[in-house]
Design a protein around this ligand. Structure first.
Ligand code: PPS
Length: 296
């Protein structure tokens, strides 16, 4: 296993050395994608695990056996993490399901040669930031979170591990037309899980019967996933994730940022957001009550 306390810097982006090596990152950039591959891409804390569960359940037509017996990092391994090649070798037949947090400018070229299906998952960045902040407190393979104001500055200055949220979302969504890409938001999953399952199952060309869809909805609800040790990261040893300091499946809500941001922090965030996203037409859902698709 790679070391826990080390950061890998790859193309100027920081990655946890516990899971990434220069070799594993470089191998991801040269990955020979196949047309049948399904690739889930996200910036951390955007709903990655949720989409892994959705894809697993759609592929098994709502049967939870796989999701109850195989950890998510084995059934949908992160392409850039060092163990990926071994898991792929060991996996059974059927479309390969892969996950990645890499930005488009790094991974895009490898995808160009194939028609692999890409599911890009995004979440409003204030909730991403808050979720990531809490995750830093329990994840011993990430640097100390520091104070919330310090963490917020690092997010806005794109100094956190995995690089810039702004570059990530703009890079992938700007290139959507050039790829076989479906963009799904965390908020859409939260407000209309059944509709999202429908959209993803159509994209994967795996239409579901009503009963199968009902089972998918049931097994990828927050409460089911929170209790599923194959997906809630409780299997990860305490020295890697300190379970006394938090829970991976934390609140699962839209708008939790309101419990952390002061008025001034919110103004500062909005000002940086507006300047960095002025060339982006995406709309974000910032709180639960808003209508689907409505912006701030
Ligand atoms: S990671 O570390 O990048 O893989 O994290 P990621 O899976 O992208 O994001 C973790 C957040 O997703 C929430 N989550 C869910 N919310 C609602 N319903 C379901 N089923 C669900 N599954 C995961 C999880 O709770 C984290 O968000 P926060 O805000 O911290 O609760």
């Amino acid at each position: 296993m790679a070391r826990l306390d080390v950061t890998e810097v790859f193309h100027g982006i920081l990655f946890p050395g516990h899971l990434h090596t220069q070799d594993s990152l470089q191998r991801a950039l040269e990955f020979p994608f196949q047309d049948t591959d399904i690739l889930i891409v996200s910036y951390p804390k955007s709903g990655t695990t949720w989409m892994q569960e959705i894809v697993t359940l759609i592929s098994s037509r709502g049967d939870p056996h796989l999701s109850h017996t195989v950890p998510n990092w084995t059934r949908a391994p992160w392409l850039e993490q060092y163990y990926c090649a071994d898991f792929l070798k060991a996996s059974s037949s059927g479309p390969r399901v892969l996950t990645s947090h890499l930005p488009h400018h790094l991974l895009g070229p490898a995808l160009q040669a194939s028609n692999a299906r890409v599911i890009y998952v995004s979440r409003n960045p204030k909730d991403v930031l808050v979720s990531f902040y809490h995750f830093h407190k329990m994840a011993n393979f990430l640097p100390e979170a520091g104070s919330f104001p310090e963490f917020l500055d690092k997010f806005l200055e794109s100094k956190l591990h995995y690089g810039s949220w702004f570059d990530h979302i703009k890079g992938w969504t700007n290139q959507a037309a050039a790829l076989n890409l479906l963009h799904v938001t965390y908020e859409e999953m939260s407000m209309d899980l059944r509709g999202t399952l429908d959209r993803v199952s159509s994209f994967l060309q795996r239409p579901l019967l009503e009963d199968e869809l009902n089972n998918c909805v049931k097994h990828c609800s927050f409460s089911s996933m929170k209790d599923n040790k194959m997906i809630n990261y409780s299997l990860v040893p305490g020295e890697i994730m300190d379970h006394s300091k938090g829970s991976f499946m934390r609140t699962g809500q839209i708008g939790d940022w309101k419990n952390m941001f002061t008025k001034e922090q919110n103004q500062r965030f909005d000002s940086v957001f507006n300047s960095k996203m002025h060339d982006c037409t995406l709309e974000f859902v910032w709180e639960e009550e808003e209508e689907k698709g409505e912006s701030r």
